[in-house]
Design a protein around this ligand. Structure first.
Ligand code: SAH
Length: 261
């Protein structure tokens, strides 16, 4: 996957991208990240990228020209020029995603959707955000990483890059590891344990050390259901559940009634 990031601060990215699993994904050839400085596309002498808002009100707004130019030059470097003058049409097939607190809330299923793409463009706003015409006529999708406001889209872009990269084939090593993660199948994942088997008198559940694959799988499924029941019961309404899952959840409900909590 090729991810193009448009930002005023490309220097914010390398520290995170060049360590651990994101570094490995790039070395494997599964991920390439291209950082584009929006400032490089401002054609005036002082490379101005932001101006005060029309109508006053303080703050600065990212100007449309450098952002359009950056995306247009990216598109023309990727494909032969198209005839239409409609940039929404011309970006067809190339998702141009604006990070914004007003976008659709980012979820694991959006990460899965984006992981199918060959290329993504992530546009990071700053200050008061981007000129509305960028949103209306250039951007094809808008994503928010949560109901809070950051100073810029850079962290949000890294969140998207990270969540998408770990879904790319082979990146996590253990085949299927991403499939049991929280949210991947509509449930939270159960607890994990590692060595030592006994730590300060707190021991690892016996079943995990039994070597009995089917019992371990069932235990993990039940702990995943228990966690979800305790912390995010709303998720159980849409999760895909088997008969055995429903029976286990029924037992959890009864236990709760018995202890009267
Ligand atoms: N004035 C804007 C917020 C600007 S915050 C508004 O009220 O909607 C500055 C930039 O940070 C935004 O352009 C966006 O790119 C980024 N940003 C802030 N919060 C974000 C969030 N929750 N998710 C994604 N991007 C966010």
């Amino acid at each position: 996957m090729h991810i193009h990031i448009l930002t005023l601060f490309p220097g914010m990215f390398p520290a995170y991208l060049n360590e651990s699993i994101l570094k490995k994904a790039q070395e494997m050839g599964q991920l390439t990240v291209h950082l584009h400085n929006i400032r490089d596309y401002a054609t005036d002498r002082h490379h101005v990228t932001d101006e005060p808002p029309f109508g006053g009100g303080g703050g600065m707004v990212l100007k449309p020209e450098p952002i359009f130019t950056a995306v247009e030059s990216l598109i023309s470097s990727l494909q032969s020029p198209l005839e239409s003058g409609d940039w929404r049409l011309e970006t067809a097939g190339l998702p141009v995603i604006l990070l914004t607190p007003q976008g659709r809330p980012f979820t694991q299923s959006i990460a899965q959707e984006l992981a199918q793409q060959e290329r993504l463009v992530l546009l990071c706003g700053r200050y008061e955000g981007v000129d509305e015409r960028v949103r209306q006529h250039l951007v094809t999708d808008e994503i928010s990483i949560g109901d809070y406001v950051l100073t810029g889209g850079e962290l949000a872009a890294l969140v998207v890059v990270d969540a998408v990269t770990r879904l790319l084939p082979g990146v996590l090593g253990a085949e299927g590891a991403a499939e049991t993660d929280s949210h991947a199948n509509g449930l939270l994942e159960g607890p994990h344990y590692t060595k030592p088997a006994d730590f300060r008198g707190w021991s690892v559940p016996e079943v995990l050390r039994s070597g009995h694959a089917a019992r371990i799988a069932r235990w993990r499924r039940e702990e995943s259901l228990r966690r979800t029941w305790q912390r995010r019961p709303d998720m159980l309404l849409t999760a895909v559940l088997t008969e055995a899952d429903r029976w286990f959840l029924g037992r959890l409900a009864e236990e709760r009634l018995e202890i009267g909590d």
